[in-house]
Design a protein around this ligand. Structure first.
Ligand code: NAD
Ligand code: 89V
Length: 347
């Protein structure tokens, strides 16, 4: 895009998929400067009409090709569930339209690679909406590492344990062969890469505690990072709490000169030989957000702001397609490890 005046031109986007999570994305687009959603697409006409009315968007489509034929847009924001991601990303790529795609990028690594290739051929920006690394508490913890508050990190634990009824708002999660690693563990694997670096090997175990669902609802994954450090990722939707931490990710990092602990209720403990401090890293409760989801909702605003800036400055998004293939490869490796009962070397 070209900048002809003192401020960049308004970017025009379209959102495809008007379901549960897209409402957060649409709220965030509405809150951001420099961007406007001009069209919506959903195969479900009722949802499409309701969402159009709620956000004052009148250009509504049930078919993505019709939308791309009619609308001159700068980007397509894909907020459907994974089975449709490849076809939608490839449609954007064929038209030379930049695209954002929700996580998990695709149901398989083969599909994910084809999508990244299609967007690379189009030459247009491609970002996976991998928002957990954009959460305020995670960014605060990363800043402490970057400032050298604990020396060199050598060990990390990333934990998300809950008994929240996630199936009520996302019923498809109870129906897939794969569940917690593909849907939630993927976020934690990405945060592990963000905090500790790329991964060389992995060992995973999965369990299904809730017998009414099809996939695994508990997973424990050990990562050996390329730089020699170690992470443990543990996630569960089968755990009981007096005060359920959903949807908080709790993180422990040990470094050569101190330790970091991100604990429940958004407290970040910074401990080293000279001092112990507790920082309040509570996310903003945005005017369109609700508890307990506000942490995730703010991260949606953060990642979408990043996308706007990337398009305006022609910078590569952090969670671009190629980067996200590395996170998705860990998902595949975790399922392979759990099924084969062995360590997987990650290429
Ligand atoms: P959903 O089922 O509520 O909504 C998906 C919508 O897409 C539906 O309205 C459906 O009709 C529509 N759709 C499906 N195929 C389509 C197609 N080919 N063309 C047009 N519309 C189509 O799903 P959801 O819970 O909103 O999840 C959507 C995505 O968001 C998933 O990939 C999920 O993993 C992700 N998600 C991410 C987060 C996060 O924090 N990043 C949280 C929740 C969900
Ligand atoms: O991020 C997600 O995809 C959500 C949740 C955080 C609830 O697992 O499904």
């Amino acid at each position: 895009m070209t900048n002809t005046g003192s401020s960049p031109k308004i970017l025009h986007g379209a959102v495809v998929g008007c379901g549960f999570f897209a409402l957060n994305q649409l709220e965030a687009w509405r809150a951001l400067d420099g961007v406007e959603i001009v069209a919506l697409c959903d195969t479900n006409e009722t949802r499409l009409a309701e969402t159009g009315a709620r956000f004052g968007i009148t250009r509504l489509y049930t078919d993505i090709e019709a939308l791309l034929d009619d609308e001159a847009i700068d980007f397509l924001d894909i907020a459907t569930t994974p089975p449709s991601h490849r076809i939608l990303v490839e449609a954007a790529a064929r038209r030379g339209v930049a695209a954002i795609c929700q996580k998990p990028i695709a149901p398989s690594l083969a599909d994910a690679r084809a999508m990244v290739e299609a967007m690379a051929t189009s030459g247009r920006p491609f970002m996976i909406h991998e928002n957990f690394r954009w959460q305020t508490p995670v960014l605060a913890l990363k800043a402490q590492i970057a400032e050298g508050a604990v020396g060199l990190p050598f060990w990390c634990r990333i934990s998300f344990r809950s008994g929240y009824d996630v199936y009520a708002q996302q019923p498809y999660l109870a129906k897939g062969e794969r569940f917690i690693i593909e849907d939630l563990g993927i976020h934690l694997l990405d945060v592990a890469r963000f905090l500790m670096g790329d991964v060389a090997s992995l060992w995973a175990r999965t369990q299904r505690v809730n017998e009414t669902i099809k996939g695994e609802d508990v997973a424990t994954i050990m990562l050996g990072h390329v730089n020699g450090t170690t992470s443990v990722i543990d996630c569960s939707y089968a755990s009981t709490f007096e005060r359920d931490p959903f949807p908080q990710t709790l993180i422990e990092i040990d470094g050569t000169s101190g330790s970091l602990r991100l604990t429940q209720d958004y407290k970040l403990l910074v401990m080293n030989k000279s001092s112990d401090r507790t920082l309040d890293v509570t996310p903003l409760l945005l005017d369109w957000a609700q508890k307990p989801w506000f942490n995730i909702q703010e991260s949606v605003l953060n990642i979408q702001r990043h996308w706007v800036k990337c398009l305006q400055t022609e910078a590569e998004p952090f969670t671009n397609g190629r980067d996200n293939l590395k996170t998705f490869a860990l998902v595949e490796a975790a399922y392979e490890s759990a099924s084969a009962g062995r360590i997987i070397e990650v290429s």
